[in-house]
Design a protein around this ligand. Structure first.
Ligand code: COA
Length: 373
């Protein structure tokens, strides 16, 4: 076997140890610190899951209540961040806004060396929606968001900032599930980027900036946005069937399908599909869900490829009136919990991550002085 087929994209390589999650162990399933994703999505709140990821155990009622209050208190925006957000272009990508916000916070509230990484994790979890929606509303209506919101759930806070009214209770429940599903996924590309940065003993916010930049691409977090663009192309399920078959013949990649690790299914996808179905019924949607289900069928029939979490998330977010450009930022608000847990884990038993490369360049050459070339 050539080195290319062996190592391309680090596929199948174990690049370290983790006690945070298992992805597709024996080909299927996802567990956070031993708990099955199905149980967490059905019974837990996103804040409970964050606590589990950060502090390794599920909280009791008292601890959860304190944790939620701490997050609520940490939502405020320093004036300097507001000023910088005002100066960013109105047509920036919201992922760039989040990355910039985290970077600025790293200047205003730099990490100290008295082990305040838990505090920083909580501050980032709390402040990300504030950063996003300050920029979003300032450039649309000139109005400042009110970050002092009673709702102490991230799902409720996000939806309230987006729509300027208390969150619809059903939408909040669905967004809560989605945040749980997106929270953690072992050594995915963005988490790995965060760990590489952390492994150089860099600061916490730099590791998160690296992760946000990595998540932005359509082969990773950006797939939910790309899925929506795909769904918008087709007016009917029949049109979708034809369009997807044509695209496959041209060897195009269909966004929202396939996975590097899962080979049988993505365990998160049926949970999100059910949410999208519920929303489709309650909103009277007769377009997106039928088109999506037909694409799923064609992809299975033709390629034996299954939808990943991003596919039905796109449908669900759209039916909850979340704008496409905000899809990947929702992912950031959730995955921050996983990134934080991994940065902390990497630091605990750190070894600089610095692999080797197979050299495929020219043989050694003698340098020729510029006047002789
Ligand atoms: N559409 C069409 N074909 C796909 C596909 C997709 N979404 N995903 C994989 N395939 C095909 C590849 O073309 C390849 O076919 P081949 O063997 O005939 O060349 C085969 O399946 C293996 O795919 P490969 O690209 O080697 O898998 P990977 O592990 O490198 O890639 C992804 C995994 C996620 C990057 C890939 O499935 C993809 O690009 N999906 C779309 C983007 C997406 O949804 N990303 C979010 C992931 S959670």
């Amino acid at each position: 076997m050539s080195h290319k087929s062996l190592n391309a994209g680090l596929a199948g390589i174990n690049a370290g140890e983790t006690s945070i999650s298992t992805v597709g162990k024996e080909g299927v399933g996802l567990r956070y610190r031993g708990y099955a994703i199905e149980d967490l999505a059905q019974h837990a709140s996103f804040e409970e899951v964050c606590f589990l990821l950060l502090y390794k155990t599920l909280p009791d009622k008292g601890k959860l209540c304190e944790f939620r209050e701490r997050l609520r208190e940490k939502r405020y925006l320093p004036t300097d961040i507001k000023t910088i957000l005002q100066h960013l272009p109105a047509n920036s990508h919201p992922m760039d806004v989040l990355r910039t916000g985290v970077s600025v916070l790293g200047c205003l509230e730099p990490e100290t060396y008295n082990n305040n990484q838990n505090e920083i994790s909580e501050r980032l979890l709390a402040i990300l929606p504030s950063i996003l929606f300050y920029w979003y509303h300032y450039h649309r209506s000139g109005k400042e968001v009110i970050t002092d919101v009673k709702d102490n759930s991230l799902a409720g806070y996000f939806l309230q900032l987006l729509h300027n009214e208390p969150a619809d209770i059903n939408h909040k429940a669905i967004l809560n599930k989605s945040l749980i599903l997106y929270a953690e996924h072992e050594f995915n590309a963005s988490t790995f980027a965060a760990r590489v940065t952390a492994s150089t003993l860099s600061d916490f916010n730099s590791a998160v900036c690296a992760a946000i930049g990595t998540l932005r691409g359509p082969l990773h977090g950006g797939a939910n946005e790309a899925t929506m663009e795909l769904l918008e192309k087709f007016q009917t399920p029949d049109e979708a069937e034809k369009g997807i078959k044509d695209a496959l013949e041209k060897k195009q990649v269909i966004m929202g399908f396939g996975h590097r690790v899962y080979k049988k299914n993505d365990p998160r996808s049926p949970i999100m599909k059910q949410c999208a179905q519920t929303l489709s019924m309650t909103t009277g949607d007769s377009h997106y869900m039928p088109v999506a289900e037909n694409i799923e069928k064609v992809m299975w029939d033709k390629k034996k490829l299954f939808p990943n979490l991003d596919f039905y998330s796109a449908v669900a977010y759209h039916l909850m009136n979340i704008q496409v450009a905000l899809f990947t930022p929702v992912f950031v608000c959730s995955r921050l919990s996983g990134w934080a847990a991994h940065i902390i884990e990497q630091r605990k038993n750190n070894k600089l991550i610095r692999p080797n490369a197979y050299y495929i360049g020219p043989d050694p050459k003698n340098y020729i002085p510029i006047e002789d070339r």
